[in-house]
Write a protein that binds this ligand. Structure first.
Ligand code: GAF
Length: 385
């Protein structure tokens, strides 16, 4: 449900007896380039019109008081005794606060209220949006003058330390740097980027939410990252100039990994191929060739499912179903995997019928509800006035 800003302000006032400084930070989609960010490769995300809203006010003491509307829960802790909590949701906020302190930023106690319409656990980076919104809200509240890039880096580090996921930079970067009607072509090695117009004439972006998040998601993510690093270590024995899979080519994989470990080889091959696909996809998007872009998206899904092995039966089912139509140009699972959403490029006139029919077949197959979101792109983290 859309966030009612006036309602949020009233709830904040009632809870903390203060007027909030209010910011929002969007969730993201990713057109193509999956599991490439932590391999120093390329990604092509975009911020979407679903965001996390955070209200903050200063306190007279050194306490941090949090409230999450979605959970109907509060959490309180001393600013100098921050630690990971089993409640889950406060960790993203506490992790950012911890990073600010570690980097020497001058902050004191604060109240924080969180609301939002980014579906949780759907692979749309609600956690990155919380982190970026927190970093920006505290930056504004305490006049810290943090750059946009540092906001994203602080948010990423918070995820590593307080959520225990060794994520790349894509999600936080997209949330901070998003631009309406554009995707971001980001080089995760240099952090140079440019905006690519997302011209979808006659088509819409439709996300299909499996409503599952399999429990191995976080551990498998860290495992994949470790396998990629192992692959790089083997390549480096013969090619010392290679520091990440971004620097490797398919020949090097054949030469240095294939014989050693078939599984690591397949994973690395996916990453190297995905970078090649992304460069090609950016060209297609520039030329308005959505059909060719869509084909690459299907290829990416195939690789994520069969080589990188981060899909699941629910995601595969959705991609297979839309492949059989002639109204969906491309589709694939998105984000870390093991659940969450697929992203689909769907012909305008076909959107309603597609959602109706696939919702019915999905619930028949899995006895689960499917949620569908027609999304548009949006700008990045900002203050709400
Ligand atoms: C998750 C991570 F947070 C990103 O950094 C990225 O690796 C993505 O999975 C896979 O492309 O969203």
């Amino acid at each position: 449900m859309k966030v009612d800003v006036e309602d949020l302000k009233k709830s904040f006032q009632a809870l903390y007896h203060a007027t909030p400084l209010l910011v929002k930070s969007p969730g993201r989609i990713n057109i193509i380039g999956e599991h490439t960010d932590y391999n120093n490769g390329f990604v092509m995300p975009a911020a979407i019109d679903k965001a996390i809203y955070i209200g903050v006010s200063k306190r007279e003491d050194e306490e941090v008081h949090l409230f999450a509307k979605d959970y109907g829960q509060s959490h309180q802790v001393n600013l100098h005794e921050l630690k990971v909590t089993e409640k889950g949701w406060p960790n993203y906020i506490l992790g950012v606060t911890d990073q600010l302190l570690k980097r020497g930023y001058q902050i004191s106690g604060f109240n924080l209220y969180i609301d939002g319409d980014v579906p949780l656990g759907a692979g749309l980076s609600s956690s990155a949006a919380v982190e970026c919104a927190t970093a920006y809200a505290l930056d504004q509240l305490f006049s810290l003058s943090i750059s946009k890039l540092d906001t994203a880096l602080i948010a990423q580090k918070a995820e590593h330390v307080f959520a225990g996921v060794s994520c790349g930079i894509m999600d936080q970067f997209a949330s901070v740097f998003g631009k309406k009607d554009h995707a971001i072509l980001l080089d995760c090695r240099s952090l140079e980027y440019h905006y690519v117009p997302l011209k979808l004439d006659g088509y819409k972006l439709v996300l299909l939410n499996t409503n599952v998040k399999h429990s191995l998601a976080d551990s498998a993510y860290n495992e994949r990252r470790a396998q990629c690093e192992q692959g790089v270590a083997w390549i480096k024995e013969q090619h010392p100039q290679v520091n990440s899979l971004r620097d490797a080519d398919l020949e090097m994989l054949d030469q240095c990994i294939r014989e050693k470990d078939a599984d690591v080889y397949e994973k690395c091959k996916f990453v190297v191929s995905e970078n090649i696909r992304l460069i090609q996809a950016a060209e297609y998007l520039k030329d308005g060739n959505l059909a060719a872009l869509g084909k690459l998206m299907f290829e990416t899904h195939d690789g994520l499912s069969n080589k990188y092995k981060v899909s699941c039966k629910e995601l595969d089912f959705l991609v297979e179903k839309v492949k059989q139509t002639d109204t969906v140009l491309g589709a694939r699972m998105m984000g870390g995997g093991f659940g969450g959403c697929t992203i689909n490029i769907v012909k305008n006139e076909a959107v309603d019928d597609l959602i109706t029919s696939i919702t019915a077949s999905y619930s028949k197959e899995f006895e689960l509800n499917l949620d569908a979101y027609i999304v548009t792109t949006a700008s990045g983290t900002s203050q709400v006035v």
